[in-house]
Design a protein around this ligand. Structure first.
Ligand code: ADP
Ligand code: MG
Length: 152
């Protein structure tokens, strides 16, 4: 069974793809309009899988492609727009203005793979999820989620 995300725990073992998806679904309840989440980890660590779990928990069985080439993929959610970004191919941080990403950050939820590509344009108060390999499994390490309200 999936361990609930709580304030007290920062490291979450994810034993398989389904666990990563379920973890993404749990994260959905922590996000508010204007939140920016840096998704860190090497290629294949599970960043896109986590976002897929998050979006499908909110929208059902929709297609959630990796924005590898489009750089951004947007989703209309009931309470906010969600921007899923993969900035691996962003050549210059300032190109993010042309994508509309910088202007939308105050009001949308932005989930950003390869956030380092934004340099100083990455909000300093962004939440962070680091996905690390652990044999065939993964570990998710959370930071910056200071406002988690533990379920009663
Ligand atoms: N917890 C996990 N344990 C093992 N494999 C996983 C886990 N989570 C995801 N995967 C697998 O790892 C790969 C991750 O791919 P992807 O999500 O595209 O990574 P990224 O976006 O970080 O490059 C997929 O093949 C997925 O099935
Ligand atoms: Mg990816």
């Amino acid at each position: 069974m999936q361990v609930a995300i709580t304030r007290a725990v920062t490291n979450y073992p994810l034993k398989d793809e389904a666990a990563t998806m379920a973890f993404g679904a749990q994260l959905a309840r922590l996000l508010r309009p204007g939140d920016c989440v840096a998704l860190k980890g090497d290629l294949g660590a599970g960043k896109t899988t986590l976002v897929r779990g998050l979006i499908q928990s909110l929208l059902g069985d929709v297609d959630v492609p990796s924005p590898t080439y489009t750089l951004v993929q947007t989703y209309d959610l009931p309470d906010y727009d969600l921007w899923h970004c993969d900035l691996y191919r962003l050549e210059n941080p300032n190109d993010a203005y042309e994508l509309g990403l910088i202007d939308i950050m105050d009001e949308a939820v932005c989930l950003i793979e390869w956030p380092d590509r934004l340099g100083d344009l990455m909000p300093p108060d962004a939440k962070e999820i680091m996905l690390e390999f652990d044999g065939d499994c993964r570990i998710a390490k959370l930071s910056g989620f200071g406002d988690i309200h533990d379920p009663a």
